[in-house]
Design a binder for this molecule. Structure first.
Ligand SMILES: Nc1ncnc2c1ncn2[C@@H]1O[C@H](COP(=O)(O)OP(=O)(O)O)[C@@H](O)[C@H]1O
Ligand SMILES: [Mg+2]
Length: 471
């Protein structure tokens, strides 16, 4: 199928070339003939001028001599006729004394002008390839004001025919070469175009069959190359997305399994108790209760994230006072800070009006302040400040806590990522808090970042645009 298109092109080209070459040959042969006619006409007139003296003298010998000489010059046959059409001298000595009943002679006799005509000498029975034409030219031999005679010159067209047949062969050869070259070129060009398309469609087919890892190799500076690059980065992204999703499912299952196993062990232990010890029963039930709380928290966070992922989040936008929201959130966490002997202060530099989803922004600051308290040893401090910079509300949540290692800083917003898994479990974290924070902030058109130094503390910065919000 791919070869069909170039073949059609070559076919069309062949037909076009045949037309062009036929008319070219016709044109050239017409030109060559007209050249020859003009040339020989002129020659005949010249010859007539040269034969004047002999014709005036009417000397048979000198007439023959002139005819012979002129025939030798022109390569044809020369006859000198009297002014009534009788052959006085014939370079071939055949028609001497005969009256020539030739149209051209009659015409010159009547008009006194030169004339020419052609006679087809082809042998029809031998089916000659080219017509063998005999050209007959006549010119008056003028002596003073009168016509002393007629000069007749004949030549065959063999030479022209020979030239034409050579030219025809050459044209056919060239056309053949051109057709082959064009054919090869069009196959080559079509390969340049069809190969990358084939590569791409193969790649798409592989991807459709589930091979997200697939890459196409198109080395081309054209749009095909760009298309292939776009395809490759799309497939890389899809693959990464697929991996993230698998990772997420596996992490989620793992996170859910841990409390479930703990609950199962405790329930089994309780079942095996004989006789039941009310003190242990009480302790285990309380542990089971907190494991269930943990499960609840994880499932709640997971639902929130899945909801964000589905892209169907409706932000309940309303006019809020960001400064008040932050102060209120900090107040809710104050007991937690107090319990850990951590001083929690808010430092509001600007009152800021914002159009935002109040409960979601509360979640953001709750998670960040909660983390700051959780990851700060007793006796430390947590400060939340808020200021307006240009069209942005900038909030810093700064703690004097354990800090985050450099290598971990890029990952802490990833789902389920926790720097120290054992300790995080003890603090009750799910590892989903910061990714929820990032999702919410992004939904509000803002960004969140961290700077941190181990054993010194961390600062989380939330940057929210005040004017526009992106839902
Ligand atoms: N203020 C902080 N100081 C030190 N480490 C932090 C702080 N906030 C977050 N982290 C680290 O980032 C991880 C991810 O945070 P988060 O997503 O809120 O999960 P978690 O449920 O563990 O709190 C935490 O486990 C912790 O290791
Ligand atoms: Mg957290």
């Amino acid at each position: 199928m791919r070869w069909l298109i170039p073949l059609v092109y070559v076919g069309i080209l062949c037909i076009a070339f045949v037309f062009v070459s036929t008319s070219l040959i016709n044109l050239v042969s017409e030109y060559l003939f007209s050249q020859k006619i003009r040339e020989e006409q002129r020659q005949t007139v010249d010859y007539a001028a040269e034969a004047v003296a002999a014709a005036e003298a009417l000397n048979a010998d000198s007439l023959y001599e002139v005819a012979l000489r002129l025939a030798g010059q022109g390569g044809g046959r020369v006859m000198i006729l009297s002014n009534n059409g009788v052959v006085l001298a014939d370079s071939s000595s055949l028609y001497n004394g005969r009256r020539l009943a030739v149209r051209e002679v009659a015409e010159t006799l009547v008009t006194g002008e030169s004339s020419y005509g052609f006679y087809d000498l082809s042998d029809a029975s031998r089916s000659q390839r080219y017509r063998n034409l005999l050209g007959v030219y006549t010119a008056p031999i003028r002596s003073g004001g009168t016509m002393a005679g007629i000069l007749l010159y004949t030549s065959d067209a063999a030479e022209v025919n020979e030239n034409l047949s050579q030219m025809r062969q050459r044209i056919v050869l060239w056309i053949g070469l051109v057709i082959i070259a064009v054919g090869l070129l069009s196959i080559f060009v079509s390969r340049i175009f069809t190969k990358p398309i084939q590569e791409l469609s193969d790649g798409i087919a592989r991807m459709t069959n589930g091979d997200l890892h697939t890459q196409v190799r198109v080395k081309s500076a054209t749009e095909f190359g760009q298309l292939a690059d776009a395809f490759n980065s799309m497939s890389q992204r899809l693959e990464a997305l697929d991996q993230t999703r698998n990772q997420f499912v596996s992490n989620a299952s793992h996170e859910l399994k841990t409390p479930l196993s703990a609950i199962k062990i405790m329930v089994e232990t309780l079942q095996m108790q004989d006789p039941p010890d009310p003190a242990i029963e009480k302790e285990f039930l309380s542990d089971i209760n907190s494991e269930i709380d943990r499960l609840n928290a994880i499932v709640g966070d997971l639902l929130t994230l899945v909801h964000f992922d589905s892209g169907k989040v409706d932000l309940k936008l309303e006019k809020i006072r960001l400064d008040q929201l932050i102060v209120e959130t900090a107040r809710r966490l104050k007991p937690l800070a107090d319990a850990r002997h951590i001083t929690l202060t808010t430092n509001i530099l600007d009152g800021i009006d914002l159009t935002a989803d109040s409960s979601k922004l509360q979640q953001v600051f709750y998670n960040l302040i909660d983390n700051a308290i959780k990851y700060t040893p007793e006796g430390g401090s947590v400060t939340v400040d808020l200021e307006r910079v240009g069209h942005n509300a900038i909030a810093h949540i700064t703690d004097t806590g354990i800090g985050i290692p450099k290598a971990a800083q890029v990952h802490i917003f990833d789902r389920f990522y926790r720097v120290d898994k054992a300790r995080a479990r003890a603090t009750g974290g799910t590892g989903l808090g910061l990714s929820i924070v990032r999702d919410i902030v992004r939904l509000h058109g803002g960004s969140v970042s961290v700077t941190s130094e181990e054993d010194k503390g961390s600062t989380f910065t939330v940057d929210l645009p005040i004017v526009s919000i992106v839902v």
